[in-house]
Design a protein around this ligand. Structure first.
Ligand code: NAD
Length: 503
């Protein structure tokens, strides 16, 4: 059993690449992994060079024919075995994920418990994948079958390193593809451990490969001639670059990109519950999820009361050590991310918007004084033309804007090029569903937020990308469907001898 190493600044653990079932150093040297909570180096990771990426793709290509020919039931068995391995080590995995991402341990324990569900789900539905057959005019039988693409490049971000990897990995492997994963350079550790566990579960060598590195390694991966399908979760700018590279080789891709999630609060919603939901939507993961509540649109009659309660609770959230079960909000991922958040804060302070909570660097004791902390920050009276209303912060800095009526709410919610998440709080059943269909979003929550399930499709449109995770859509996106046309008529209709059927 590969155990999960303890990460510490006193003895940083070193992790190696995973290609073809073997561990190796990368030709790019070593990259430090920082604790977002302290700024200290807590691990090092071998950095893949272009040669390592190419080698991993070759290993995945060599493993593909055997894996694709493996019966679906056997692929499902291995996925379920991996789910059991993950389930047995959830506590350790959560501790590691919290140390690397800075996300509070309470969050990571809850999220890691869900991971086996995605492995079990895709293990289940692959066995229910059915083709179709039709008898057609003129004496023909047509039938369809699915085939996997081959080597899939999975490019993942740092905010949910294991969850987002598992969503993609489970669908890709169930479908019979082999994968080369390129996790974020900021949080590459847990994907390397998942690759260890896949080997332990019995996946053949070369089926799961993980290379590390930054944008250069990602670019080398998407350009590799062995890669037949790409799946990226990342920023919209990265999405555009990856889509261009994919288009150059006509490789299909899924792009799960950024967002600027509106949360619409109507005056008929129970205020206390809407405030609690707003707080959860905005500040879990320090606001670093693609669907974080970012723009709170509040019905004028309750706007003042909502703001007082929301800002009051935001100001009382406990910011600090992610390893402490009592911590509500941890650091953001990096110094650059912290500086970007404070950039938004300082700029918005200079506008007509009103700072209602946060806004100043928290004073934390050593070693957390070296961490990348941003307090939950709320600005009220934010106008739609302000940068805080328009651009993704990817941190705990949110806006509150009043609206007059339903039409105004929908107009403000849709005043963005993104279309990923949306939240609606109302007790009016008619209005709830009406607004849900009017708001441009790939995932809309009515009276809740962030809830996610393997069966419920996930993915946006517009500048939030295209393609879906979860559900049959995700599984089928990892397969291409082919048809076979079989002549059953006894006589061939000889076209050049006066035959009558051309097509
Ligand atoms: P990022 O775009 O910086 O990086 C994502 C991954 O792409 C990383 O592995 C990175 O190394 C790689 N990469 C970067 N440039 C590349 C290039 N030119 N070619 C190939 N690969 C490249 O994103 P991030 O900072 O890790 O994550 C935050 C972003 O992800 C936010 O915008 C967030 O909204 C988005 N996100 C979206 C979803 C979703 O489901 N839609 C979920 C989580 C995060």
């Amino acid at each position: 059993m590969t155990s999960v190493p303890t990460l510490s600044a006193t003895a940083p653990h070193h992790f190696r690449l995973h290609a073809g079932g073997a561990l190796s150093e990368g030709s790019g040297g070593r990259r430090p992994v920082l604790s977002p909570a302290t700024g200290a180096v807590i691990a090092t990771v071998a950095e893949a060079g272009a040669d390592d990426v190419a080698a991993a793709c070759r290993a995945a290509a060599a493993a593909f024919p055997g894996w694709a020919a493996t019966d679906g039931a056997e692929r499902a068995r291995l996925l379920r075995r991996l789910a059991e391995i993950v389930a047995a080590r959830i506590g350790d995995l959560a501790t590691l994920e919290s140390a690397v991402t800075g996300r509070p341990i309470r969050e990571m324990r809850a999220q890691m418990q869900r991971i086996p569900e995605w492995l079990d789900y895709f293990a289940g539905i692959i066995l229910g994948l059915e083709g179709e057959a039709n008898r057609v005019r003129g004496g023909f039988l047509t039938y369809t079958h699915y085939r996997p693409y081959g080597v899939c490049a999975l490019l993942t971000p740092w905010n949910h390193p294991v969850l987002i990897l598992t969503k993609k990995l489970a669908a890709a492997l169930a479908a019979g593809n082999t994968v080369v994963v390129k996790p974020s350079e900021l949080a590459p550790v847990s994907p390397l451990i998942v690759a260890d566990w896949a080997k332990e579960a019995g996946f053949p060598d070369g089926v799961v490969n993980v290379v590390t590195g930054g944008p250069e390694a990602g670019a080398a991966l998407v350009a590799d001639p062995n890669v037949a399908r790409i799946d990226l979760t990342g920023g919209t700018g990265t999405g555009r670059r990856v889509a261009a590279a994919a288009a150059a080789r006509l490789v299909p891709c899924t792009l799960e990109l950024g967002g600027k999630t509106p949360v619409v609060i109507f005056d008929d919603a129970p205020l206390e519950e809407a405030v609690a939901g707003a707080l959860f939507s905005a500040f879990v993961a320090s606001g670093q999820t693609c669907v974080s509540g970012a723009r709170f649109l509040v019905h004028r009659p309750v706007a003042e009361r909502f703001l007082a309660a929301f800002a009051g609770r935001a100001g009382r959230l406990k910011v600090g050590d992610p390893a402490d079960m009592a911590t509500d909000v941890g650091p953001v991922i990096s110094a650059a991310s912290r500086d970007r958040c404070f950039g938004f804060i300082e700029e918005t302070k200079g506008t007509a918007a009103v700072l209602a909570a946060g806004g100043a660097r928290p004073a934390l004791p050593a070693p957390f004084d070296g961490g990348f902390f941003v307090p939950p920050t709320v600005f009220a009276e934010v106008a739609p033309d302000m940068r805080l209303f328009r651009e993704e912060v990817f941190g705990p800095v949110v806006s509150v804007t009043p609206f007059e009526d339903e039409e105004d709410a929908v107009r403000l919610a849709n005043d963005t090029p993104f279309a990923l998440g949306a939240g609606i709080w109302t007790r009016d059943i008619l209005r709830g569903h009406r607004v849900a269909s009017a708001v441009r979003a790939g995932v809309t929550w009515l009276n809740d937020h962030h809830k996610n399930d393997p069966r419920s499709v996930w993915g946006g449109f517009g500048e939030s990308g295209y393609g879906k995770e979860n559900g049959w859509d995700a599984l089928k996106s990892y397969l291409t469907k082919s048809s076979v046309v079989v002549r059953t008529a006894a006589r061939f209709d000889d076209w050049f001898a006066g035959g009558t059927r051309y097509g």
